[in-house]
Structure formats: C-alpha cells, structure tokens
Design a protein around this ligand. Sequence first.
Ligand code: ZN
Length: 252
Amino acid sequence: MLFDAHCHLDFAAFDADREAVFSRAHAAGVRRFMVPGTTRARWPSVSALAARDDVSVGLGLHPYFIDDHRDEDLDALEEALTQRGEVVAIGECGIDARFPQTLPRQWQLFEAQLQLAKQHRLPLVIHCVHANDQVAKRLRQLALPAGGLIHAFAGSAQQAQRFVDLGYHLGLGGAATHARAQRLQRVIAGLPDDAFVLETDSPDMPPAGHPGQRNEPANLTEVLTRVAALRRRPKAEVAAQTYANTCRLFAC
Ligand SMILES: [Zn+2]
C-alpha cells in the first residue's frame, strides 16, 4: 500500500478524467493522496477533494504563482486554518530561486506561512528550489513544532542531513528515477528509514520512461521500485515504511 505524499489532483489537468486517475492509482496500490493548495483561487477545489476518505489536503501560497497572491490571501489562509478541520498542513509554500526578481516577495509570503505553521502547530509542505541552505537556516531558527515535507528534494547529502536533523521529511519522486540523478540516488541510498516519503507531484515530474507526459499517482510504483533498489530493500518494506512516515508527518 502506498501514500502519494504530494500530488496536485485539483489541477485542471485532471478535470476530464479525475475518477479514472483515482481508479488507476488504487489498482496500482496507491491508496492515499496528499493534495496541497497553491493559490487562494484553487483552495475551494482542494478542500472539495478532502470530502474523499483517501485524500488529505493542505492550503498555502506557492512561490511559483507569486503574481497571483495578494496580502489579504494570508488573512484568508489564517481564517481557513481556523475554520476547516480537514486541513492537515500549510503549503505548498517556499522559495524558488530560479526566479530571483521575486525573491523578496517570496520570502515575505513564506515567512508569514512559517509563522502560521508555528501558531497552528501544523506541518509545512515546502517547495525549495536552489535555496536549501537558506531555507534550512530559517527552519533551524524557528524550530517549528510539527516539521514538514521538503517536497521534491534534490540537494546534496549534507543538505539532506541538515533537514533530517531538523526533523523534516524529504519527498522523493520522479527525479529519483532518472539516470542522470546520480548524486540524488546516492543520497537516497543513505537516508534513515524514517526520514523520507514517496510522492509524484502529479501532473508534473513524470518518472523516467514517461517524458513529456502528464504524471499521475499510479506512477508512484515506479518511484517505489527505484527507491527500493537504491536502498537494497524489498519494495513491500519501503512501501510500508513510507506509508507510515507520511501518516506520521501529516498526523492523518
Ligand atoms: Zn507541488
């Protein structure tokens, strides 16, 4: 049994066949799904998915969609966290240094969401691209109560260790399956059993063998196969560990 710890099943890319996507996932053994929110406009669609027994949700403001966010969205986020019992995490939020011109604004929104995580004692879903050292530094200063997920981790062994020492989980997905990801594959081989979860980031980041295609949670089995091989452990063992890790991380 697998838990897809990060998938955007609310996105329009799934509007035409969402039920079939869930069915294929279930048939592949992917039984639970964590769907994070990306923009205020999308939160209602994310929250609607929480009506399903197999979906847990987060709400947040994603740095990639920086132009969509307004200051009042932070007030709306706080209100939503207070009112909606189904929200298990704050995110997707974070820093994407591929867009240097918006970094000050990204940090402003991220910082506000870090403070909400502290107040509400919720875990974070963190998107962190070319900013692992800066984000780890801030997380160390804050010592947040519920930790979080470093989604699509792609850093060095030292950066991985730093996040793990701070109590964060690393999200492993399609990137692990690509032949060129040798540094990441060495990191994966050496992680503690309780330090990582499996995720697809659907509809993005398809595993090797699906270039340019829409990714979907059924493909999580390919991530499992690669991660188990890298760690020289049986797939069933890695599946059970990562399922338990995801439940513990999101307390769901
Ligand atoms: Zn994402």
